[in-house]
Design a protein around this ligand. Structure first.
Ligand code: SF4
Length: 373
């Protein structure tokens, strides 16, 4: 078992190597999302298509929600770069849950951006408002049933939690979950635990349950926070937070999709000529020659263009299946298919840009308090 665990590195701040998501079920105790999908009348495309693939205790939360208990979603964004389509997938989930009637708590992880990514304070605050909050509004996040806060600007009880948590954890326990930690990462870990658990305090809404949609690489934070919640269950009435896990989008170049590697992602602010260039250069599952492609068919499951359809551009399942089958049968060639992907992406971004301009004017009004420095 330990030998197997070494094959998967879950690093919340760096590169996570997950080739086989099913291994997360046996190695880390994450449960398959298909167990809980029946709770949703109209599951989102990310759920139906297996992009949201796993959960911890989400069934408990969904049952409680049906019984009328107070439930909130909590998730956070580290404002350290521009927003790309990988981030959009998480925003799409948040907006979906908001439409299902869940309350949303959104943390702007400026402490983490400062202490781990070393982003200058003013820039972090600007990115949080203009990139993250404005884009979320443009994508459809509504003001009702929503709280957006900066980690560095909320009520004192939140910071009290960070101090209390640090007293009940040993360095050995942290190292066992995270490996080597810098002081900045230690601060960030306790801050994230406070993010996840503080909505259960009366002054932050007194929610009975919190669930956290995250990328699979964030599972160490979830495991750590669930341990902490057990230790404070009688003192503060905490319940273990639940979580859901989604797959990462692969970068356009086949590597990790990341804000720090502009060629790996389409940013929601990319101008049309850059989008065209990036999609034309994207790695596909196409064969070396047209003759081979026609004979053997392409490999959509290894293709960045197909991923764009799967996550974002093709909500209709029949259309998606049609692309998949024509690609597999060698009836569709990559050049032709890229043209379609470019057309769809430009159309989406053109609409989005207009909404974003309006959203920028109101973004600050969505945030609880904006830190002064
Ligand atoms: S035909 Fe389309 S889906 Fe198939 S490999 Fe080429 S770009 Fe990808």
């Amino acid at each position: 078992m330990e030998e197997n665990k070494k094959e998967i590195i879950l690093d919340p701040w760096g590169y996570s190597s997950i080739e086989d998501y099913d291994k997360l079920f046996t190695l880390f105790g994450i449960r398959p999302f298909k167990e809980v999908i029946h709770y949703f009348e109209n599951p989102s495309i990310l759920m139906k298509r297996g992009i949201v693939f796993g959960h911890r205790d989400f069934d408990v939360v969904l049952r409680a929600f049906k019984e009328g208990k107070k439930v909130t979603l909590l998730t956070g964004f580290m404002p350290s770069g521009k927003l790309h389509f990988g981030h959009k997938a998480l925003f799409d989930q948040i907006i979906y849950y908001q439409k299902q009637g869940f309350h949303i708590n959104l943390a702007l992880a400026d402490i983490e951006a400062y202490s781990v990514r070393k982003v200058e304070r003013k820039e972090t605050i600007r990115l949080a408002i203009e990139e993250y909050v404005a884009n979320a509004i443009a994508l459809g996040l509504e003001k009702k049933n929503l709280r957006i806060y900066f980690q560095s600007a909320t009520k004192p009880a939140y910071y009290r939690l960070i101090q209390m948590f640090s007293q009940k954890v040993t360095m050995a326990e942290m190292t066992a979950i995270y490996g080597d930690l810098t002081p900045g990462k230690i601060v960030s870990v306790f801050t994230q635990a406070a993010d996840i658990l503080h909505p259960m305090l009366e002054e932050f809404g007194g929610y009975d349950y919190v669930f956290v949609p995250v990328g699979a690489d964030q599972d160490p934070h979830i495991r750590f926070t669930r341990d902490i919640s057990d230790r404070f269950s009688s003192e503060l009435g905490f319940r273990r937070p639940a979580s859901t896990y989604h797959r990462f989008m692969t970068g356009l170049d086949g590597g990790k999709m990341s804000s720090s590697r502009p060629e790996s992602a389409i940013f929601l602010s990319d101008p049309p000529e850059i989008v065209v260039k990036k999609l034309n250069n994207a790695l596909t599952g196409g064969r070396a020659t047209i003759e081979e492609q026609k004979r053997l068919g392409g490999e959509p499951l290894k293709c960045a263009i197909y991923e764009m359809y799967l996550y974002h551009l093709m909500p209709n399942d029949k259309d998606l299946l049609d692309i998949f089958m024509r690609c597999r049968r060698g009836e569709l060639l990559c050049g032709e298919d890229k043209k379609l992907a470019i057309e769809k992406t430009l159309k989406f971004l053109d609409d989005h840009r207009k909404k974003l301009e309006q959203a920028k004017d109101v973004a600050e009004s969505y945030i609880e308090e904006i830190p002064k420095f």
